[in-house]
Design a protein around this ligand. Structure first.
Ligand code: PMP
Length: 281
């Protein structure tokens, strides 16, 4: 792990108990896919990271290019070929007080990387995952990739306890916003790929944005609009996207089978094609 300027064994790595990340979840994070030892779509992840920091008025702890070097180095030191790299930046260490610390507190930086067996993802994708729906109960600033994830934690746990893999939030108008750690998509019976517009109650997913490029290049019809759980249940296909899952087919929602009950051809094709449109570094 990289912690505030030092590379350390994970077992010895720790942060101060007065870190505002620990006390207030006053921080942001990014998760990037590692594939063949390379980092996927780093420029877009770093741009989103910069935006999240700006929205929370947390200082950039180092230039983005230096953060990129650290992330690559943590991947290299852990010999990760397939997996993820995690980066977290908090406002820093200060005596506990809700308001920002006076003076210039240095933000804390933690980077870790871990291997994920690609066979596991392939297995899930071959079977398809189930989702449940839960009422949207998060703050309105879900566009910020903040470490304040308690509603997401509870939603994911509710999914697990229901025998599902992901939970989709449904807003007060009855429309799906996104998953607890993924963006939500459907494919209509007419073959249109649909996902909710960003800047509207979702995190602007990097996988989502790369997939939009892929849809255009592959000339697959695409509509950016909200959909309901009922529409999803009656759709031809559904899937979720996230850096840790790429394109993951969804085969059931709240116990209703979607399409054939098997991963759909569009989702599987997009999963297979995705990395043609991704940037490796
Ligand atoms: N929405 C939420 C709430 C998430 O936590 C994530 C995963 N970080 C996503 C969407 C997908 O974003 P990305 O494709 O950048 O991983």
């Amino acid at each position: 792990a990289y912690v505030n300027g030092r590379y350390q064994d994970m077992r010895d790595a720790s942060v101060n108990i007065e870190d505002r990340g620990y006390q207030f979840a006053d921080g942001i994070y990014e998760v990037c896919e590692v594939r063949g030892g390379k980092l996927v779509d780093m420029p877009r992840h770093l741009a989103r990271l910069q935006r999240s920091l700006g929205e929370l008025r947390i200082a950039e702890p180092m230039p983005l290019s230096a953060l990129s070097v650290v992330m690559h180095e943590v991947v290299r030191r852990n010999r990760v070929q397939f997996g993820i790299v995690y980066l977290q930046i908090s406002r820093g260490v200060a005596r506990r007080d809700h308001g920002f610390p006076a003076g210039s507190v240095k933000p804390s930086v933690v980077v870790t990387a871990r291997t994920i067996n690609p066979a596991k993802g392939a297995e899930n994708a071959a079977r398809g995952i189930k989702v449940i729906t839960v009422p949207e109960n998060r703050w309105p600033r879900v566009d910020i990739k903040s470490t304040a994830l308690l509603p997401n934690v509870l939603a994911k746990q509710a999914a697990r306890e229901a025998g599902a893999y992901e939970a989709w939030y449904v807003d007060s108008d009855g429309f799906v916003t996104e998953g607890s750690s993924s963006n939500a998509w459907i494919v209509t019976k007419e073959g249109r790929v649909v996902t909710r517009p960003d800047k509207s109650g979702i995190l602007s997913g990097i996988t989502r944005s790369v997939l939009k490029d892929a849809l255009e290049a592959l000339q697959i019809r695409f509509e950016e609009r909200a959909f309901t759980p009922e529409e999803a249940a009656g759709a031809a296909e559904a899937f979720v996207t996230a850096a840790s899952m790429i394109v993951m087919p969804v085969v059931a929602i709240d116990g209703h089978t979607i399409g054939s009950g098997k991963p759909g051809p569009v989702a599987l094709r997009l999963r297979e094609q995705f990395h043609r449109f991704a940037a490796f570094s």
